[in-house]
Design a protein around this ligand. Sequence first.
Ligand SMILES: [Zn+2]
Length: 493
Amino acid sequence: MASTATALVPPEVLARYEAVIGLEVHVQLATRTKIFCACPTSFGAPPNTNVCPVCLGLPGALPVLNRQAVEMAVKAALALNCTIRQPYSQFARKNYFYPDLPKGYQISQYDKPLAEHGWLEILVDGKRKRIGITRVHLEDDAGKSLHEGFRDSDRYTYVDLNRCGTPLIEIVSEPDMRSADEAYAYLNELKLVMQYAEVSSCDMEKGHLRCDANVSVRPRGQQTFGTKTEVKNLNSFRFLKQALEYEIARQIAVIESGGVITQETRLYNPDTGETVAMRTKEHAHDYRYFPEPDLLPLRISDAWLERIRASMPELPAQKRARFVEQYGLREYDAQVLTLSRALSDYFERAAAASRDPRAVANWVMVDLLGALKAEGKEITESPVSPEQLAELVDLIVSGEISGKLAKEIFSKMFATGESARTIMEREGLRQISDAETLSRIIDEVLAANPKQVEQYRGGKTGVLGFFVGQVMKATRGQANPQLVNQLLKEKLG
Ligand SMILES: [Zn+2]
């Protein structure tokens, strides 16, 4: 909440500081089964039905690593320009006690993570910036505590263990972001990359993408970092931005009033737009990490790595560059058209079917996305297929319809799902580009308006617009405007 932030510190004081932000993002991998057992990962099953001795942590049950989870994690790491750890990475136990963690520990990776030293490029205010990726590691998820929704929720907390053992990757960034806007752009690009790489659907509402932030501030020009806090519960893009703006302002207000920042974990409350202290920051030694004795070190052979590398799909940055190169799009347009894979696929199908890809890009961004937004629909629900949109664009290119008629036809296509040509022919909406027909209509208009003809010939050339309007009226807007202009000037001059 920007208003909450500016209420804490006046803008001129805010401007004297810069923020230092690093993000820890958990991404749920899109495997069918859990990371160490064969239970399904499906969302929305009745509580405690997708469980087995392994994910319940029953004595004697042993984990078996899911190969698909490893492949997806490697894909994600490669998409983030990371180096895969050789000769092996290692799983570790992270010990803590919590009701939704039946094993009493999480299986994660600690000093030997799967991948390290990557980067991701973001675009903010037209400027490109590389954000370092410290590491990508594999781990299992915990269950879920349910504090409400039951008749006796005032007295009891329920636990659903279906999510226990769901495969996650944790992606830790370097503290390279300097504003809430940069953090927002980073998370957005990260989500896109994960979706393009087909490792996660990143559905935030289902908890597939979860984000914590490490935040500190320092006076501009200072090199050393200030004390950081960790802000949790940033589970939507809006919350991330609001929480960071609030936390940055809060820290500046503390320093300005002569206080010091406490290293602690804070929870974002979306209802108030504020962060509140939750607990003092825990340290790695609190978790008593040690190598997981039930799992072998994870070796990714060169051959396996090369196979995964070869199977990588085109990533958003590559696609944007190709759109600019291949279709002559502006960089901004390429950015918009790659905001989701479904949208970029739609554009490419339409562009491939049309004679004017740049015009197609415009129609997709302005008319189609506008119409979809007005009805609260996704691109995948578009009543106008890519091929139909391409046909409409080509009718303009060939001069059969004007741009104005095309808009009218488009709204009918959107409402009915019919093709442009069907609508055009049934309703007689073809553009009149036949000079003989137009000539006859123009003669009639001129004959009916002798006074205006006299005015034009007397030097008031502004009345030309009046004649164009009359011809358009007579043709129900179907006359080719360039041709009308040309013929009128010939006849009047
Ligand atoms: Zn299981």
